[in-house]
Design a protein around this ligand. Structure first.
Ligand code: C5P
Length: 208
């Protein structure tokens, strides 16, 4: 089974993806971490052909064998990752890594282009959306408060870069179910998504 979750920054993809993966017994893959790891490698002065990226089954990110998972969520890499994500050679490398992982296992994979580019044949495609203000508020709460104005500015800047880049811009796939989460709790979003996946799977079995 392949479940694709896409959506803008801080739309709740990771919380939803983790819950769905646990519920359906799939591997959970956060593709944003891979772009963040490339940005980190560039910060360290490495070139793309000097970078080896691997993801362990429990989601740890290895950059040339080093576990860099705990270094990836900084404001510099929020920005840096969305910059390297505009480079075609970077996307090519990471998309083929993502497809190789999905070939080997049932996955819930989250990112920006999973339903459109990486797994166009995914069994279920979910696109999460929420206003920038709601997303900024949630992100600030996650971090324990403070810095709302700057967080909002950064989210809007990242939305702009992710939606206007030439390759694989952030867009819902034509067959994605869009869940608008502004007025919903995480629990509500998770149960809506579980319901959707079950419906799809039952439909598939009904049709043989
Ligand atoms: O999801 P996360 O915030 O960790 O992603 C970091 C950046 O990586 C995004 O802003 C986006 O530019 C890029 N990205 C992407 N395609 C994906 C996943 C992430 O372009 N599938």
């Amino acid at each position: 089974m392949k479940i694709a979750i896409d959506g803008p920054a801080a739309s709740g993809k990771t919380s939803l993806g983790r819950a769905l993966a646990r519920h359906f017994g799939c591997r959970f893959v956060e593709t944003g971490k891979m772009y963040r790891a490339v940005a980190l490698a560039f910060q360290r002065g490495l070139a793309l052909d000097g970078i080896e990226i691997d993801v362990s089954e429990d989601g740890r990110l290895l950059l040339n064998g080093e576990d860099v998972s705990d270094l990836l969520h900084t404001p510099g890499l929020d920005r840096g990752s969305s910059e390297v994500a505009t480079i075609p050679a970077v996307r090519e490398r990471l998309v083929s890594l993502q497809r190789a992982i999905a070939d080997r296992a049932d996955v819930v994979m989250e990112g920006r282009d999973i339903g459109t580019v990486v797994l166009p044949d995914a069994d279920v495609k979910i696109f999460l959306s929420a206003s920038p203000e709601v997303r900024a508020r949630r992100r600030v709460e996650q971090r324990g408060g403070g810095g709302y104005a700057e967080t909002l500015r950064e989210i809007i800047r990242r939305d702009e870069r992710d939606s206007t880049r030439e390759i694989a811009p952030l867009n819902p796939a034509s067959d994605a179910t869009i869940i608008v989460t502004d007025q919903k709790t995480l629990t509500e979003v998770i149960s809506e998504a579980i319901h959707l996946v079950k419906e799809r799977l039952e439909g598939r079995w009904d049709h043989g």
